[in-house]
Design a protein. Structure first.
Length: 138
């Protein structure tokens, strides 16, 4: 069981040319685009979540997002921003993948259900990165 550290740092230190989804652990900040109106048809199959540490990690990330130094650079968040956090992005063992989605509203982050098509239809990638101090040290 891997537990996310309460000192996790969201870093923007990823080269722009790197395909972010190829990394094992990454985050993407999406910004709502009122002019974007794409419709995607299909069904997305989410990995199964181990409730024991999936929820622990979600709460740890959410708690960290409340702190002003969670990101390595200052970012002004806007209402409707979405933050996707993907940990252990293991394409060969999808059951190990943990994907979280957070919504910025009324000056706070809150956890929401990950709906990938909704992100693609109405949001644009705004920032992306990886992590420092991702795992809890024992």
């Amino acid at each position: 069981m891997c537990i996310v550290s309460d000192k996790i740092k969201f870093c923007t230190c990823v080269d722009e040319e790197v395909e972010i989804e190829s990394l094992d652990n990454y985050w993407i900040l999406y910004r709502y685009n009122p002019d974007k109106f794409e419709r995607i048809v299909g069904m997305f199959i989410l990995p199964r979540e181990d409730p024991s540490f999936f929820e622990l990690n979600k709460e740890s990330i959410l708690k960290r997002l409340k702190e002003s130094d969670a990101f390595d650079i200052p970012i002004v968040f806007k209402s409707r921003d979405r933050l996707l956090v993907s940990i252990n992005n293991d394409k060969e063992n999808i059951e190990e993948d943990m994907t979280y989605l957070f919504k910025f509203t009324r000056g706070k982050w809150k956890s929401i259900v990950y709906e990938p098509f909704h992100l693609m239809e109405e949001f644009d990638q705004f920032k992306k990165g990886s992590f420092e101090d991702l795992w809890e040290k024992k």
